[in-house]
Design a protein around this ligand. Structure first.
Ligand SMILES: [Zn+2]
Length: 289
């Protein structure tokens, strides 16, 4: 059976090192079908989605993790998001052409922001410069600086699959330097083809057949957008009554498209009146003219 749209965690129990493997197929194709932009920028999104699924699984939380790369070059913005139960979505904004090469070549001067948005708490984020040859490298720097956990990632994407491998020192159990180096050297022999084509068990056997590895049950990954009419209504309310009425002077209705999934939300005059009147109910102390 070919494994796809799955996250699998594994553990080198006696070494204090954990790992993750992810393979996205339908979810990757679903996430990118609404994105415009050159192929090389799209493939970066695939890598980022594989990364954010694995990274979100290294943290215990309820909510979503967002990986965002922003720069002043031809590649402007990349957003990849995963919930704690692996619902993913992403977007890219770029010029028609993005040069191939390092992160600086693609994004110019930029930054990489990793945000955790827990459902019932304040979000927190870490930022590192967007530097180095690829996203995996920039994320490793992030972990060295902010988490001080030895972490390595391998990320690959093509038109049909996006895949990733991660190894990380267990936070509670510092790994022996020799053990860590051995696992890292073995993991680093992984090829793009192996990661994109092999099932998890076959890949683990190929890389670590002399090691004792405990492999956990697979967790499904799905493309699913969190947008909804109430969320769009909140965004519109935040624009304010004047702004909305100005728009309605020029056109019959307000059309808002979701950049992640392409869903279109339409608000006619009655809808806008309704959402503005709901605001007055929500804020009874506010004086309205
Ligand atoms: Zn959406």
């Amino acid at each position: 059976m070919i494994e796809q749209d799955l996250l699998r965690r594994f553990l080198f129990e006696d070494l204090g090192v954990r790992g993750e493997w992810v393979k996205l197929t339908t979810s990757w194709q679903g996430a990118k079908q609404h994105q415009q932009g050159p192929q090389n920028a799209q493939l970066q999104l695939g890598q980022a989605l594989a990364a954010v699924v694995m990274l979100s699984a290294t943290v215990k939380f309820k909510g979503s993790m967002i990986l965002q790369a922003q720069g002043d070059g031809d590649f402007k913005t990349l957003v990849a998001q995963s919930t704690d139960d692996q619902k993913i979505r992403g977007l890219i904004r770029s010029n028609d052409q993005v040069p191939d090469g390092s992160l600086e070549t693609m994004f110019g001067q930029g930054r990489l922001v990793l945000t955790i948005e827990p459902d019932n708490a304040q979000p927190y984020q870490g930022v590192v410069p967007l530097e180095g040859s690829n996203l995996a490298g920039a994320l490793q720097i992030y972990f060295e600086q902010s988490e001080q956990l030895k972490t390595r990632l391998w990320l690959f994407a093509n038109e049909t699959h996006a895949a990733g491998l991660l190894i990380q020192e267990l936070p509670s159990q510092e790994s022996d330097q020799d053990d860590w180096e051995r696992i890292e050297i073995l993991a680093n022999t992984v090829t793009e083809q192996e990661l994109l084509e092999l099932d998890c068990e076959d890949m683990l056997y190929k890389l670590f057949n002399a090691e004792e590895v405990r492999l956990f049950d697979a967790e499904p990954v799905e493309f699913q957008c969190a947008c909804s009419r109430p969320r769009i209504e909140r965004t519109l309310r935040a624009l304010g009554e004047e702004e909305l009425k100005d728009i309605l002077q020029e056109q019959d209705s307000i059309k808002v498209g979701c950049e992640f999934c392409g869903e279109q939300y339409l608000f006619d005059r009655v809808d806008v009146e309704t959402l503005l009147s709901q605001e007055s109910v929500a804020n009874p102390s506010e004086t309205r003219h």
